[in-house]
Design a protein. Structure first.
Lengths: 137, 137, 137, 137
């Protein structure tokens, strides 16, 4: 039963016995880990129009190898990026430039979580946009 | 009501309207973010017996400034650390050296989450050790 | 004159006036920055056989956008990498897995610098393998 | 002889034989590594007035354990830092906030290198402010 308060018994999850939470809570936790990882691994990376595409792809692929990720899309805001015209003409990736759409599945629980810069908060927010039971995926 | 599927209305949480999940799920998500952040921000930092204490403290204080953290304890395994005897005698922090005990509170939901190296998994596991409703804290 | 102790006057180097060193020393310094950056930006990144190629390419492209880089090659040791067979079957990039070959050019000074794991040091050494005057490149 | 083009033979430097450069060039290279490391290890770290002191100290101590460092001072610009008034009221460390003063010694060569935000470049510049022979330290 999804969302039950028992320990999760999941034949594919070798770590399941260490968790004391529901499938939904687990999916939320796993999503949080991945978003925290993206932000703190890659913020600071040098970026310009010349390497932004491969950087997006590398971030995505680095997320996909982690547990329970079924989909991820990373877009870096190009508004302040240019072709390099002189040696110091590039930026460091900031959290404010990140747009991430992540889907995590634990048993039947699907969490969709995002990183988006929220104007009214002046903050690159990590949030759960949906967390649902889906037996069809 | 804790755990209800409505949008969270929390007068102190300016970001609450962006979330579609229960308080427990939010607490789990916030805990995941912090553990992912610790790991991916600080793995790689140079460490020896000379700076391990201040590094632990800096990681803890960097977690405490983040949203909804009420307690955190970071211990770095000193087993392979030594006083420097020559110039190259120090290490880079790895995930396997991290022991973290984190407590996150969202409304009345308290998530306790950890990073511990698990021998049988050969892996520094991030997991939720408890997630409970506590109206007294 | 290359290697003179005057301030460097380089019409393309908008930062030149802040430096008090020769062209060779500048090339060595710039090479050091890039190797330190590679190591400390990317160590900790999740890696398996599935994403190692794109990660290598992203590291390279992130170096190329930085000042005075004319060539870089990054190889990640695949010895301990596998196709994922279960959820936790991947690694975090360590310095020991990095093989980097970097070429930096400042005026006519060319520094070739490397990161290589050195068995006898038990250490992923960053070093200058050559630093020469080359007016033909 | 300082600055000679032979391989450096330094009884304390177990890695010396891998280098092909002068002592001055080596000092410049070592300084570059440390500045690149500071930037790319710590940019992204959560920071507010509550943890800025310990973060500065941790960065300094993480530099001191690395080879050939004899002095380092790290100051984080507090202009945009405040006491936390709500949950999302903190920042991520950026390169623009960093002021670093580093002294590296290799044999008799002393490199002083800095990170400073340079207004006219709109850039947190890493540069060598002096590189000299000093037999008295």
């Amino acid at each position: 039963m999804v969302g039950s308060k028992q320990n999760i018994s999941n034949s594919k999850d070798r770590a399941g016995k260490f968790f004391h939470c529901t499938d939904h809570e687990r999916a939320a936790f796993e999503a949080g880990i991945k978003l925290g990882a993206i932000y703190h691994q890659f913020v600071g990376t040098p970026v310009s129009l010349g390497n932004v595409d491969v950087l997006e792809k590398a971030i995505e692929e680095g997320v996909r190898v982690q547990p329970f990720v079924i989909d991820v899309d990373v877009k870096i805001n190009r508004e302040n990026l240019f072709e390099k015209k002189h040696q110091y003409d590039y930026m460091s990736l900031t959290g404010n430039m990140l747009n991430v759409h992540l889907k995590v599945k634990y048993n039947h629980s699907i969490a969709v979580a995002k990183i988006e810069y929220i104007d009214e908060l002046h903050y690159p927010l990590m949030f759960i946009s949906s967390l649902e039971n889906n037996i069809t995926i």
